[in-house]
Design a protein around this ligand. Structure first.
Ligand code: 26V
Length: 800
């Protein structure tokens, strides 16, 4: 590659001329970025080919991670870092007067995901490649990623996210590997040589075209593949309304669904899911067959992972291929199918569990539906034999019921492993949401606590902290993050702790600069940066946070003696476009921000900032600059959370409920190094089961609560008549489903404690250090090792 800056510079100038036909002095920043990106991709192409060859010749078991979302963010600096050429490139660019960080701004975030689930998939790809493991991603190349959020007069406005407008340097179109995907039509069956044969006739066929991206491991030769599919019109379509067909076909991979909605265009979503599954399985099996392996042995050579239920059609589709195309019988095909597949559940919220009306499913995917029906009948029959007469059990476990296909039962029945994403979440799955299945298949259920790639979220996002760590304990932590624990020996070392605060201060300055640029708000970098960044959802309780801020404001206005450490509250959150309540909370946050930030009586000690368009690249600036991490979901509702881990790794202290992976954070750091508050999951579930919670009582008995609630509707905020009625009603008329009032007092007390603790610089720094030191557990390398060893049965090939 490039040994030094000079070598890089020469190659760069040559490439720029060749690609764009202009001299360096005439080139734009975008052309320079595209040149650099292309060079990097070309650099890895020989390792990419070699990795694939090696996988073929060694016939090593491969894992394919099927996911409807991959939230990659930017790739340039991550790739440079992983290749170990960042310094050479930076120096070479410097000598041309180009700043690498500025150049990076020309790269659009690949925002092909909604939030945690999609970002987890991206972290997993990084960990697979970095550990030299044969694991690949399969997804959809949406033309538009998750919408771009603008805040206009406090309201969220969505714009299409045109991330492909200037092309995507990391991808390679592989038209020759295209496959045909059939929708609609009818199924004909007939007997042939003593076998019942099925033929799918009159189908509308779509061409799935793959775009491959290299997934470059950190300091290793391994380059895995992320294959993203687009839907294009098929050449075989020669009759009917061609324009309509073209439009409908291209729509399939046009948009990422902002998935927190009860979506309308359901057919499109199901078409997307089938595109992903059918195209991926075709290409997986084609490459397996090249190795001349027997299909009967598939599960010993290939593992296919279903990320949430979106790719659960893999169960009937694999059955279909094995039976209809490969001629296997049901029992053989079934054995291979469930031994090959594994499934992760990412939420217990019942409104998020996928179900498809039969009247949509059956006509769109007629043969697949027949197989789903057969899977269901055989499963129900086996239950009937075991529990004769227990209709209730059978009905609640069946794949098809009440004219709907239920994707979670399908995924569970068709997989050898079902996992939750944090200890508490897995317990809730086993004991409650999926209790009957876990009784039926106790060996299938297991936990794999989520993780994050420390290479992006610490090494790349926080280079100064990473350097301090490496200078203090050496570089071994980059390979094995458990080594971070060795930082504990600095807990009494003043010099080290000072340096830790200095780095935080610099990161806060940088974020403050962005806030000033973007929001026009000057924030005090000596104040506590208290941050809540995540999707907006009622269960995540941004509402609790903003109501508490209203209370602080009221207190300051009423009590001139009220003492507290200066605070800057920072929010970032996208609401699903159709999610009325969530959008109102965004408006409320912005309304409070306006009031607080313009009030000279308080605005030197309290500020509220809403950062628009929260996304991966912005997240990378926020985590390193945060003091307090808000993880305040109603206990039992957040499956894991992964932002909580990113904050922790960057030295922020968590204020949180005992929910999701906050439980594991608490186990690691001890209760003295985290600010816990609120109901436990058990208490929440107890209320839900037996009642006994009346939000009115809290409204009447707690003056603070009454005051902030009344302010939603009493004209306290000018020009907001009826604006917040939905929020008001959610708290009172709908009995506060997410226990905001119930946890308010405990939350407020905890914040008081946080303020006091922050004033004691020494102890805060120690707590922060403790959190960093213990965060190594949350590297996705650990998570992936667990998946590899306990679910996929894959191993890494020679590294380096
Ligand atoms: C989807 C929906 C759709 C219907 C309305 C309500 C609703 C609420 C949530 C969701 C998200 C489902 C899947 C998901 O993204 N889960 C997230 O997965 C992360 C990675 O495992 C995990 O850290 C988050 O806690 C979990 O919410």
């Amino acid at each position: 590659m490039f040994a030094n800056g000079e070598e890089f510079k020469a190659a760069f100038l040559k490439k720029l001329e060749m690609m764009h036909g202009i001299s360096f002095s005439e080139s734009t920043k975008r052309e320079q970025f595209q040149t650099l990106g292309t060079m990097v991709r070309e650099c890895v192409s020989s390792d990419w080919i070699k990795t694939n060859e090696q996988y073929r010749t060694l016939r090593q078991k491969q894992v394919y991670y099927l996911s409807i979302e991959f939230l990659l963010g930017r790739l340039l600096r991550q790739n440079l870092m992983n290749l170990g050429i960042e310094d050479a490139v930076r120096n070479g660019l410097d000598s041309l007067g180009i700043d690498l960080d500025e150049l990076e701004e020309n790269e659009a975030d690949a925002g092909l995901g909604n939030g945690g689930l999609g970002r987890l998939a991206a972290c997993f790809l990084d960990s697979l490649a970095s550990q030299g493991m044969p694991g690949h991603g399969c997804g959809i190349r949406y033309k538009y990623g998750l919408f771009e959020q603008k805040i206009i007069e406090g309201y969220q406005v969505e714009l299409p996210e045109q991330w492909l407008r200037h092309g995507h340097v990391w991808e390679v179109r592989k038209a020759d590997a295209s496959v045909q995907i059939p929708y609609w039509g009818r199924v004909e069956s007939y007997w042939e040589n003593g076998r019942l044969v099925f033929r799918h006739l009159d189908a509308e066929t779509v061409t799935a075209v793959p775009y491959d991206m290299p997934v470059i491991g950190y300091h290793t030769d391994t380059v895995n593949t992320l294959r993203l599919w687009t839907a294009e019109p098929s050449r075989y379509m020669d009759s009917g309304d061609v324009l309509k067909y073209k439009k409908e076909t291209e729509m399939i991979s046009e948009f990422l669904y902002p998935d927190d909605t009860h979506d309308e265009g359901k057919i499109l979503r199901l078409k997307q899911q089938y595109l992903l599954v059918a195209a991926s399985l075709k290409s997986i099996l084609a490459s397996y067959k090249k190795q001349n392996g027997s299909l009967l042995d598939l599960h010993n050579h290939v593992a296919i992972h279903i990320n949430d239920t979106h790719p659960a059609l893999a169960v009937p589709e694999l059955m279909r291929v094995l039976m209809d195309e490969e001629g296997l019988g049901w029992d053989e095909a079934w054995h291979i199918t469930w031994h090959t597949l594994s499934y992760t559940n990412h939420t217990t919220l019942s409104e998020a569990l996928e179900r498809w009306p039969v009247h949509i499913f059956q006509p769109l995917l007629p043969r697949v539906y027949m197989i789903v029906k057969e899977i269901n009948e055989r499963f129900c029959h086996s239950l009937w034999e075991k529990y004769p007469g227990d209709w209730k059990r059978i009905e609640s476990m069946s794949v098809i019921a009440q004219e709907e296909v239920r994707m979670a039962p399908l995924a569970i029945i068709g997989s050898h492993s079902v996992n939750g994403v944090a200890k508490l979440h897995t317990e809730i799955l086993k004991e409650r949401e999926m209790r009957l299945f876990s009784q039926e298949f106790p060996d299938r259920f297991n936990n794999k606590t989520n993780g994050i790639t420390h290479r992006r979220w610490l090494l790349k996002a926080n280079p100064s902290l990473s350097s301090l760590v490496s200078e203090s304990i050496g570089e071994d932590w980059i390979e094995d993050t458990k080594e971070l624990e060795r930082l504990l020996k600095f807990k009494e070392d003043n010099g080290f702790l000072e340096e830790l605060s200095r780095i935080k201060a610099v990161n806060k300055e940088r974020l403050a600069k962005r806030i000033l640029e973007k929001n026009g708000i000057a924030v005090d970098t000596h104040s506590i940066f208290d941050v809540q960044v995540k999707r907006l959802h009622a269960y995540k309780r941004q509402l609790l946070n903003i109501l508490h801020i209203m209370y602080l404001y009221n207190r300051m206005k009423e009590d001139s003696g009220f003492e507290f450490f200066p605070l800057t509250f920072i929010f970032g959150a996208k609401a699903s476009p159709g999610y009325y309540f969530a959008k109102k909370v965004i408006k409320l946050i912005n309304t409070v921000a306006e009031k607080v930030n313009t009030d000279p009586q308080v605005n030197d000690r309290l500020k509220v900032v809403f950062l628009e368009n929260y996304r991966v690249s912005l997240a990378e600036e926020i985590f390193p600059a945060s003091d307090v991490s808000e993880q305040i979901s109603t206990a039992s509702k957040e499956a894991s959370g992964t932002g909580n881990m990113k904050f922790m790794m960057n030295g922020a202290l968590t204020v949180g409920t005992l929910d999701g992976a906050n439980v594991e954070i608490t186990e690691l750091v001890g209760r003295e190094n985290i600010f816990l508050f609120g109901l436990t999951a058990e208490e929440v579930m107890e209320y839900q089961k037996n009642g006994g919670y009346y939000s009115h009582e809290y409204y009447h008995h707690d003056k603070r609560i009454r005051q902030v609630t009344d302010q939603l509707i009493n004209g306290f905020f000018p020009d907001t008549e009826n604006e917040f009625t939905a929020i008001y009603d959610s708290l009172l008329s709908h009995n506060d489903q997410y226990f905001v009032y119930r946890d308010f007092a405990s939350y407020a007390d905890t914040h008081e404690r946080i303020g006091k603790c922050y004033s004691d610089k020494e102890s805060w720094r120690q707590m922060s250090l403790f959190n960093i030191a213990k965060s190594g557990y949350f590297s996705s390398d650990r998570t992936i090792k667990e998946y590899a060893g306990q679910i996929w049965n894959i191993s890494s090939h020679a590294k380096k």
